[in-house]
Design a protein around this ligand. Structure first.
Ligand code: NAD
Length: 250
């Protein structure tokens, strides 16, 4: 069977570990040229070395733009187009989470989470959409979360940011459809990554106990959903928030 992403060029933010790294691997396996983005040169080049070791003939590269900075992102994306000719898929995946109780929440914590989880998606999506419009189409995918459906009991900034991700996804799908740009999001449940490993056991275990499928998601479970949405199998899917959460209600 033909690889699903042959001749496609993809950028994955937060591609150095966790869900993003699984997406990078999956896209590489399916024939895409992938540029993985990290927050720092050191982590990005380390992840690049790791993927090259596993896929020595793959076309992969690394970048570390400041995702909330228009000029930095535009320069990175323009360099990609100069080097590879086009930019077909953007995966807006970088994100942070917080568990601070509402009455202790500081404005600076709120700014930090909105800055990465929402503003950087706007900045990256806009820079990508300019390129995709000019080239006649593309795909923008965002990482949302199961908390964008239910909220969560502490750390309100995180679900707030993910509700905004859904709003951005659905709105951009409506606005950019005319340019043949599809926009979708994946809403993972509880995934075995560093983000979840950082949570105390007493927080995470009760959540796992309530997952009908009886386990956390592997990063690969989530990457498969991104692969589907990035590929032509989803050619008529846009404005969708695809839950991949083992049917959990948190
Ligand atoms: P992770 O902590 O393992 O990875 C986060 C990624 O974001 C890393 O590659 C990191 O380099 C990047 N990043 C962090 N701060 C950055 C910054 N300031 N600038 C640029 N890049 C930055 O987390 P993960 O679990 O793989 O999370 C990835 C996405 O999935 C996030 O958007 C997160 O909200 C979402 N998500 C995770 C879960 C889960 O259970 N792990 C569930 C739902 C949604």
């Amino acid at each position: 069977m033909k690889p699903l992403l042959e001749h496609k060029v993809a950028v994955v933010t937060g591609g150095t570990r966790g869900i993003g790294y699984a997406v990078v691997r999956k896209f590489v396996e399916e024939g895409a040229t992938v540029i993985l983005c990290g927050s720092r040169e050191e982590t990005a080049t380390k992840a690049l070395a790791r993927i090259k070791e596993e896929f020595p003939t793959a076309e992969v590269d690394a970048a570390w733009p400041r995702l909330n900075d228009r000029e930095s992102v535009r320069k990175t994306f323009d360099d990609i187009v100069k080097r590879y000719g086009h930019l077909d898929i953007l995966v807006n995946n970088a994100g942070i989470s917080q568990r601070t109780a509402f009455l202790e929440y500081t404005v600076s914590e709120y700014d930090d989470i909105m800055d990465l989880n929402v503003k950087s998606l706007f900045v990256c999506a806009q820079a990508a959409a300019e390129i995709m419009k000019a080239q006649g189409g593309g795909v923008i995918l965002n990482t949302s979360s199961v908390v964008s459906l239910y909220g969560q009991t502490t750390g309100f900034g995180y679900p707030t940011s993910k509700f905004a991700v859904n709003g951005l996804t659905k709105s951009l799908a409506r606005e950019l459809g005319a340019y043949h740009i599809r926009v979708n999001a994946v809403a993972p449940g509880v995934v075995k990554t560093d983000m979840v490993a950082a949570l105390p056991k007493e927080v995470i275990q009760p959540v796992i106990d309530r997952i009908p499928m009886g386990r956390m998601a592997e990063a690969d479970d989530i990457a498969n959903a991104f692969l589907y949405l990035a590929s032509d199998m989803a050619a008529y899917v846009s404005g969708e928030i695809l839950s991949v959460d083992g049917a959990v209600v948190i």
